[in-house]
Design a protein around this ligand. Structure first.
Ligand code: NAD
Length: 470
């Protein structure tokens, strides 16, 4: 792309140094943080169409409504949440010292860490860059951001947006691919937020180890939807369709596969087909609202899963339209009861293909989930409280939406993050503020303290030692 030049590796360390010395010279106070967040919000809102255009160019076509919701609304919502609660979160919390240490006092004081690095992926290129960035700013840090090389138009937009909204000494943007990413992850940040694949997450953790940089790792994985016997199939199909085909399945928390009671698979197939046709038309005629696959590499990867399924004789059901590699258009497609060794069941799908697996008992479905990596998201569908509790008790995922998909991501009060191979740490709202702060414990000794007596010769303080050792 013209006018888009990678950041020279030699610039990375000096830029971090500059951000850190600016921070040391003037740590953002409450007013500064509120001002930065307010300006960022205002600029993003005014430039929403420009943002949608940039993201659209990167995808060759991205449903504009999806960009406005998933890259616009989410960021505005998070900034609103941060601004609403910031004063309260910044306040030191007084904590008790326990009777042995009276009359001292103690508090926990959230302190900014310094410079936070943010590495973003391509799938929600504004959301996954700006929510970590805004959270880091709210916590009083400066930020160095590296967007994905696969979304160069968005990266240019972000650079221009941040230049407009925030003073240059407080944020910077580095651009480039895996090489720059690797060098970036090796910088001595005070905290690093990485969003991307589990494979690259491992490399980031290894690079961060050199400086013992604390990490938030927001990774991927296979997120199941589990429809229980009691739940109406049509309702489940509608909500799974939204989670799956929003952004053409290129969502870290998209339902990766569906577990459905044996005997209801065909009803689910029909209900999903009805949903797709109602949304996109019989022949995928509503192409405006159907997002394309980001690039040829991703398209070929997904096509490879279909070819592998074909070679294994797995039934594939195209719900509407036809594939068109020239446009990187891949239609919504179901794969019915694929075997576990099929590629589609081995790797995170990250596209519009949806395996449906039949199960005979809830225990079997829970055991299937537990036999695999802990997922980033889990979607139980049941109106029966005991069934939902059984699923929640029997599994562990990064986050859960009950009787829907995706929504837990959007709630400012819910910490968002994975567990095990799907990630480490969490952010959004208070969880992000805390992760990007040092929770400084401060002990305040009183004028007179029993502690002064705890010194040799201990025989003199025996009465006190006897009092506290019990
Ligand atoms: P990716 O891991 O390929 O790339 C993410 C970022 O890492 C990019 O900016 C890239 O340039 C950079 N990078 C590449 N090599 C690097 C290295 N060696 N060291 C440091 N950085 C490096 O991921 P992607 O293809 O952009 O995104 C898709 C993946 O991200 C999927 O697995 C998806 O599940 C996951 N994801 C997770 C979340 C979440 O919140 N948990 C959100 C979106 C996407």
């Amino acid at each position: 792309m013209e006018n888009f030049i990678d950041t020279p590796p030699s610039e990375l360390a000096p830029t971090l140094q500059r951000l850190r010395s600016n921070w040391q010279a003037s740590k953002p106070d409450y007013a500064q943080r509120m001002d930065d967040l307010g300006r960022l919000r205002h600029a993003l809102r005014l430039r929403m169409d420009e943002m949608a255009e940039a993201v659209g160019k990167d995808f060759s076509h991205r449903a504009k409504a999806e960009t406005r919701i998933a890259d616009g609304m989410t960021v505005l919502n998070d900034i609103d949440h941060l601004r609403k609660h910031l004063r309260k979160w910044m306040r030191p919390t007084r904590v008790g010292v326990g009777w042995r240490f009276l009359p001292a006092r103690a508090q926990v004081r959230p302190m900014p860490l310094g410079v936070v690095g943010v590495i973003a992926p391509w799938n929600y290129p504004v959301n996954l860059a700006l929510i970590p960035l805004a959270t880091a700013l709210a916590a009083g840090n400066h930020v160095y951001l590296k967007p994905s090389e696969h979304t160069p138009h968005t990266a240019r937009f972000l650079r221009s947006l941040l230049a407009e909204a925030i003073a240059p000494g407080r944020v910077a943007v580095a651009t480039g691919g895996a090489d720059i990413g690797a060098a970036f992850a090796g910088l001595p940040f005070d905290h690093l937020v990485f969003t991307g694949s589990t494979a690259v997450g491992r490399k980031v953790m290894a690079a961060a180890a050199a400086h013992l940089t604390p990490l938030t790792l927001e990774l991927g994985g296979k997120s199941p939807a589990l429809i229980a016997e009691d739940y109406p199939i049509e309702h489940a199909a509608a909500r799974i369709a939204t989670g799956k085909w929003f952004n053409c399945g290129q969502t870290c928390i998209a339902p990766d596969y569906v577990l459905v009671p044996k005997g209801k698979r065909d009803a689910l197939t029909k209900a999903l087909r009805d949903e797709v046709i109602a949304r996109y038309g019989e022949n995928l005629t509503n192409l405006d609202d159907y997002t394309r696959i980001i690039n040829a590499g991703q398209y070929n990867r997904l096509k490879g899963y279909l070819d592998d399924a074909k070679s294994r004789g797995i039934e594939r059901v195209t719900l509407a339209g036809h594939a068109d590699p020239a446009q990187r258009l891949l239609p919504p497609t179901l794969l019915l009861d694929p075997s576990d060794d099929a590629l589609i069941m081995q790797e995170e799908i990250f596209g519009p293909l949806l395996p449906i697996k039949s199960y005979r008992s809830l225990d079997e479905a829970i055991a299937y989930i537990n036999a695999h990596d802990r997922p980033l998201a889990l979607y139980p569908f049941s109106h029966n409280r005991a069934t939902v509790e059984k699923i929640l008790h029997g599994t562990l995922a990064g986050g859960v939406s009950v009787n829907d998909t995706l929504f837990h991501f959007a709630i400012g009060n819910l910490p968002f993050g994975g567990v095990g191979p799907s990630g480490m740490g969490a952010y959004h709202g208070r969880a992000g503020f805390d992760a990007m702060s040092k929770q400084l414990p401060v002990f305040w000794q009183a004028r007179r303290s029993g502690g002064d007596l705890l010194k040799p010769p201990y025989s003199k303080a025996k009465w006190l030692i006897d009092l506290i050792v019990r």
